[in-house]
Design a protein around this ligand. Sequence first.
Ligand code: TTP
Ligand code: MG
Length: 348
Amino acid sequence: MILHIDMDYFFAQIEERENPRFRGKPVIVGADPKGGKGRGVVSTANYEARKYGIHSAMPISKAYELCPDAIFLPVNGELYSKVSENIMEIVRKVSLVTEQVSLDEAYVDISFRESWEQAKALGEKLKKEIYEKEKLTSTVGIGPNKMIAKIACEKAKPNGLMVVTPEEAEKFLEPLDIEEIPGIGPKTAAAIRKFLHQEKATVKDLKKIKKVDLKNLFGVVGETIYERARGIDESPVRTEEIIKSIGKEHTFEQDTRDPETLLSIFNAIIEELSQIVRARHLQFWTITVVCRFKGFETHTKSKTLKEPTNEERILKKEALILFLRFIVKNPKPIRLVGLRVDVVEKIR
Ligand code: TTP
Ligand code: MG
């Protein structure tokens, strides 16, 4: 029995809590829109703003175009982290077998409950306690595994609770679009639709594809897709917080090819990441550079080292090589640069 909890419109809901006069109005948290000329993205928006089609990761300029009268607020990361800590403390009281996946989202193994009714009561209690202590609404999904719990939570949003029992699981999944299955992204979905000769495909359609065909299409991932379509997901709730990757990015005020601007920002990102890696006693293994060009065209280049290390000198060298490849290959002005490292725990 797995419980998945996800706070509703998290950053924006905290802002509403702090400023009750924002309630009922569209609220957008993210980069400065600068009267429509802003260049960053939306972090999140409350449900009033979502009615205008505004969503996370949308360019802030687009959000401004859709709803110029919305309340635009900067990201107050410090406040959101503190609230997140308070919430996760409440969640961990349910069970220590908790896996926090982001600031506002966690899985809890609640297999100690004796029935699905009891599981539901536990979910309700958790929601209530978070609301009483933090004055914030959340949504809970409960199911026989992480995948089902997560999708149930999506379906119950906002301020909802949904339980899907093992008997209901397959029927629950069948009408869903294949892209609602975690692990099936746009490219995988397109390949599945092509195979089926269909413009749209549900999980029920996906189940018509034989395991061997999915394996031929996607390799080992094909097997996972085959299982997930049937409601099977054996992945455990990972209790320790495992940091898998750390990243930083920067959007330029104007698209640029100015070497001094590009290099000074990129070097600052390298230094910042390198400091985090050392502070947390981690080592990096794979280095990925992201470059977004004029027109939002986004590319990544990666390099995996022979062995993990925490040396800034190596990060600098490898990241710069990847970055230079972008500059040499693509003459377009650059909108955003980013760097991500996949990390492992340093053996102490
Ligand atoms: P989500 O849980 O994905 O979104 P949400 O809580 O705003 O809305 P809901 O769950 O009701 O659909 O993400 C949690 C927070 O993480 C979100 O409030 C802001 C931040 N975030 C970003 O900064 N950028 C993003 O692209 C996403 C998806 C989230
Ligand atoms: Mg959320």
